[in-house]
Structure formats: C-alpha cells, structure tokens
Design a binder for this molecule. Structure first.
Ligand code: GAL
Length: 657
C-alpha cells in the first residue's frame, strides 16, 4: 500500500446492485483505499457443489478498481452455506456434550472435517484462479477469525485426529506419564481408548485438556495452511493473511504459532465500552500484535466506528473516540486500520453493529469522523514501514493461559489475561514502551522483562529467563509463574519450582484469599486474590503482610542473581503497590519513562523510520502540554519546545532530532 490502509469489511451481497456505485463514491469521499470483500459470500459464489458464480463479484471488483480502491479478497470460506451442511451434516461441529450444531449462523464446520477442507480448498483455488490477474487484488484474507465461535469440536473425526496428533508426540507409556493417568485409574492400554475431553462426571484430566487445546489450535492452523498453500501455488506474489483476535475474550488461538504462517499479521480489536480503561487494553492488544508481527508493521483488520452488537449493552463511542482508537493503533505500529464494516447492515444479527456508513446515512457523527480520519491518514502516509522500539518486554504465554483457565486450581478468581493487563497497565502508566515476546524468545535486547504467571513453563524456557538474569538482565515476575511443567504437572520441592533459584525464594503453601478479602502490606499497599507462604532464601524482602493469614511473611522480594536482578510479586498486589514495584524495577534497570503526562491518560508513542514520528493521544477531558519539537503534521504547524494536546485530541509530530 502506498499509504496507511483505511477501509472496512465490504459486504455488497447484502445490498441491491444500485447501492454499489454509491458505496464506491462514498468510499472515495472517505479516503477509503482498502476493503475486505467476500468474507461471508460462499453461498453467493458457489451456489451448489462445484457451480461457481463470479459475475456479480467481478462487477464489484471492477467498480472498486475503477474507484482506486484495493481489495483484501477473502477466500469466502468462513461460513459454509446451508446446501453444503444439509448435504453433509457430518461436517457440522459437535460440542463436548455431544450436541451437534446446526447451520443458520456462521463458522458451522468441524475443523478436521475432510469435506469442509475439500470444499474450502476447492473454493480458495477457484477464487485464486479467477482473480489472479485482477488489478484490485492486494492480499488474500483466508477464513475469518479462526476458532472465534468453534475453537474445538469433539466429534469422532476429531477424536481420530487427536489420537494421530498424540501418536506423533508420545508412546502410550509417555502419554500415561505426561497426563499422570495413574491418578483416578485413567491408565490407557490402547490408543483407541483415548477421546477428546468430552463431558465427564467431574474434572477432566488436566494433561488431556491441555493437549486437546494444543491439538485443536493446530487443527485450525492446518486448515488455514491448506487454503494458503493453494493460494500460494496460483498467486505466489500476493500476500496472505488471516485476521487474529487480539481481544480479551479470545484465548484459543496461539498467535505466536499462527504468525509464523502468514505473510503479514492482521488482527481485530474491539473495545469494551463499559470499561473506562479500554484505551490501555487497546494499547496492549496493539503492542501484542506488533510482537506477533516480529516488530514489523501490521494491519488492524477490524475495529468498530461506534457500538458493537454483542456486548450486554452496546454503548456508542463518544465523538472523537473512534479517531483516537484509530490513531492509537497506528501509533503502536499498525500500517492501516479497517473496520467491521463499511455499510451498516439492514438485516441479519449484526444490524445494530456500527459501520462506516450508518443506517442514518452520511449526515452523521460517524461518517463525518470517518471522512476526517481518512483525510488525516493521507497526511501521515510517511509513517508506513516505520517501527516502534521498546526497552521492556512482557512474556506472553498461550500455554499458561490454556492451563490456568482449567478448573481445580487453588483459586478460580485468577485470570491470566487480567494478570497480564495489570502488569501492562503499570508499564503504560509509567510511560514506557512495551514489546510482547513468546516464551523462549531471545531477551538480550531488553533492559527489563516482565513475567506474568508463566505457569506451565518448559525447562528450556525457564533456563532462558535464569540465563538472562545471570547475564545482567532485570526481571519482574508475578505469582503462579514456574509452578508447573508443560504437562501442567507440579514442579516439586517448593513453589515456584522453575524459578526458586533466580528469585531466591521458596514457597511452602499457597494461601489464596476469600472473595472480597484484602490483606494489608507494610508498605501501605494491599493484596487481594492471592498470597503464599513464602520464605526468602537470599532475596531481600521489599514488603511483607501485616495481617491476613500470613502476617510477617514476605509478599514482594528482590534478588540479585548473577549480574542481574529478579523481583517477585508473590501476591495479588493492588494497583498502586504494583505500580511502585514496577517503577523501582524500571529505575534500577535504567529505563527512563517517555513522559510524565502518560499517567494522566495522554499516551505518547514514537515510531521511527527515515524520520521520527511522535504520536500523542489525549484520552482525557482536559488539555495537556507535552515536550515536542518539529512539525505537527495534522495541522501543518511548526512546534518548538512545547505543544498543547487538546482534550480528546490526537497530534502527530514529525520530529526534529
Ligand atoms: C468479528 C468478525 C466480524 C464481525 C465483528 C463484529 O468477530 O470477524 O465478521 O462479526 O466481529 O464485531
């Protein structure tokens, strides 16, 4: 793309053809240059088995091309049509309790179904052969949000595939050992006895659950790869992506793994409008996506111009909020931001979901703001390709997330994503840039590595953290790290088994707290959710409990290990306590925060390419002053020394350095 991508999912099949020309005209007015087409068009393209109708889509593609708009063309496989599932009901997915889903919404397919795979790859091949030379074709969009509704299927086909997956990794003896099947008489004597974790009388086997999570994710990834490989053969030069889901509720797709298989990373992000700190969640999701992209720019494939349709109360965005969200994604490394969707649907379950063109038309807050941002994006086209630098990394681990969502842990009040957010929030408020890294990724370029609940950790990954600290690195780790191995079996000899030495502590027993219980610490902070009976063995004690079940026991520690330092937060520390600890760790690691205004809600992010770009997003309702010199690109004004960022506003500086 010559500039930042700007556009939406475009679903022309929902509208009579006379609307299409108006669509393209309104897109041009709004500066749209990229749309995703055909995501849910299977029924319209393949009307019965092997009978393809491209005439209507040809006209859409030609119209878009004539309007100078490029197309992220879907393979159209996200929603199999009723004729297909009616003919092959065995391709419909099955729940853990044996209920088979019906068609009538979307994503109604079993991930390992040979029929779905056959028909989906055939369709992808037809699409590629038909549109390979179309000048509007910019990229391929395979599927849509894999696993969004059906991350797992428990049918007999999946059971057979699961067994194959396991046989490629274990002997039967190894599997019995890894899954601790001596417990509750679960020992397997034949592969045929092994099932997906279907509904059981009580808790299922934790090792089985975790392996099924891995298998199910791999099964979806195989589907993606099957379509991708067909596309690559026919259009080797057209980049291929699929949209990840970097939002809170999505936790089945290991994006580290998926990111290795796409030509460029794209993601979707929806804010929870009932959440006052949604802009921090947005920043976290964007930084995470940049991590998946290996630091390279990425594309925001979907967010919303205003309300969605799937939250309990679908609150509209405030004037200016969509603009801030769009610029914040770009600030954190996106080379374009698209919406779901272009024109708000008239019917269907998403008819109350906002779009670039609302039901009420163009004389609206939403369309006006859309046109404004489309225009402003043209002025900052130069940011394309520039990158973001960070001194701090957060280790983000899907396997720990999978393991910790299982039942029968010391507390059900712990949520992995919340723990990651709490860590991230402290860093965001301190005004430092953050990269996300996978466990096992090289840490040497970072001054501080934050490790939230790295629970089900492999030996090699734990060793890497220890080596990093021994070599002079700084680590800030939270409770529930290092407790288990990659099969979710507890590491013995005192928690946190994998990190006792590097932290200079050992824990004899967990003391999770009652709902609503708060324990005071001697530095004025407090803990909820979690405490543990910790002993310092070499570490210095930074704070201890004053009351609660463990008065006098260390709650926060700091240990010198080799040439580095490892901090341990052994409890559910409150926001101010965690912020203080993070600030101490940052200062000791020699990290200077970008700007003190961040804490109040004015976000500062720098992207660097041939020149340096400073983005300031004021998420508050008061004006703020920042230190800045250069040209403010949106207004064209020259700035020397100080700049006022008005309440709710965004500025972008081409900096003089
Ligand atoms: C996404 C999906 C879109 C649309 C959107 C609504 O999950 O990819 O097709 O449904 O949500 O917010």
């Amino acid at each position: 793309m010559p500039g930042l991508g700007w556009g939406a999912d475009y679903n022309p099949e929902q509208w009579p053809e006379h609307v299409w020309a108006e669509d393209v005209e309104l897109m041009r007015r709004a500066g749209v240059n990229l749309v995703s087409v055909g995501i849910f068009s299977w029924a319209r393209i393949e009307v019965s088995k092997g009978e393809y109708r491209f005439d209507w889509l040809d006209r859409v593609m030609d119209l878009l091309h004539a309007g100078g708009i490029r197309v992220d063309l879907a393979t159209a496989t996200a929603a199999p049509p009723p004729w297909l599932t009616a003919q092959y009901p065995e391709m419909l997915p099955v729940r853990a309790d044996g209920v088979r889903f019906s068609h009538g919404s979307r994503q109604a397919y079993c991930p390992t179904s040979p029929i779905y795979r056959d028909r989906a790859t055939a369709l992808a091949g037809e699409m590629a052969a038909h549109y390979r030379d179309h000048p509007a074709l910019a990229a391929w969009h395979v599927g849509n949000e894999y696993g969004c509704h059906i991350p797992k299927c428990y049918c007999d086909t999946c059971a057979a595939s699961f067994r194959e997956w396991l046989r490629a990794r274990y002997t039967l003896d190894e599997l019995n050992d890894a899954w601790s099947t001596a417990f509750w008489s679960q020992g397997y004597t034949d592969w045929a006895q092994i099932l997906p974790p279907r509904v059981t009388p009580t808790f299922s086997n934790p090792g089985q659950l975790l392996d099924f999570d891995r298998f199910a994710d791999d099964a979806l990834l195989e589907l993606f790869k099957a379509e991708r490989d067909v596309l690559r053969m026919i259009t080797p030069e057209v980049p291929i992506t699929t949209n990840f889901m970097s939002y809170w509720s999505s936790d089945d797709m290991d994006c580290w793994k998926w990111a290795r298989e796409v030509d460029f990373v794209s993601t979707d992000h929806y804010t929870r409008q009932d959440w006052p700190r949604r802009h921090i969640d947005l920043a976290m999701a964007a930084d995470m996506t940049r991590g998946f992209a290996g630091g390279r720019p990425w594309l925001l494939m979907e967010h919303s111009t205003s309300a969605v349709n799937w939250q309990p109360r679908n609150i509209a965005k405030q004037p200016g909020e969509m603009r801030r969200h769009s610029f914040a994604h770009v600030a954190h490394g996106a080379d374009g931001t698209l919406f779901f969707q272009w024109r708000q649907s008239r019917g269907g379950s998403e008819r109350y979901h906002s779009a670039m063109v609302p039901h009420a038309g163009t004389e609206t807050k939403v369309y006006r703001e859309v046109c404004q941002v489309g225009d402003e994006y043209k002025r900052i086209a130069g940011v394309v390709g520039s990158t973001v630098d960070a001194d701090v990394a957060v280790i983000y681990d899907y396997e720990s997330r999978f393991a910790l969502r299982q039942p029968a842990h010391p507390t059900s009040a712990f949520e992995y994503q919340q723990c990651v957010f709490d860590c991230y929030q402290a860093l965001w408020q301190a005004g430092v840039m953050v990269d996300f890294v996978a466990p096992g990724q090289d840490l040497s370029k970072y001054k501080l590595v934050v490790v939230p609940a790295l629970y089900a950790v492999r030996d090699a990954h734990a060793q890497l953290v220890a080596d990093y600290v021994a070599g002079g690195g700084h680590v800030l780790m939270t409770y529930l790290s290092g407790v288990a191995d990659e099969h979710s079996r507890v590491r013995l000899g005192g928690y946190p088994g994998a990190f006792r030495d590097v932290l200079g502590v050992w824990t004899e027993e967990f003391y999770p707290l009652h709902e609503g219980e708060t324990v005071a610490l001697d530095d004025g902070s407090a803990a909820t959710v979690w405490t543990e009976h910790l002993h310092a063995r070499g570490a210095s004690v930074i704070a201890s409990y004053l009351d609660g079940p463990l008065p006098g026991v260390p709650a926060v520690t700091r240990n010198e290990f080799g040439d580095g330092v490892a901090w341990y937060v052994a409890c559910g520390l409150d926001e101010s306590g965690f912020a203080r600890t993070a600030e101490s760790a940052l200062a000791e690691a020699g990290i200077t925060p970008m700007n003190s205004v961040v804490k109040s809600g004015v976000e500062l992010v720098r992207r660097r390419g041939d020149v340096s770009w400073l983005f300031a997003v004021n998420h508050t309702d008061t004006d703020a002053e920042i230190a800045a010199s250069g040209v403010e690109v949106l207004s064209g004004e020259r700035v020397s020394g100080r700049l006022t960022v008005r309440a709710g506003d965004v500025v972008v500086l081409r900096e003089e350095v």
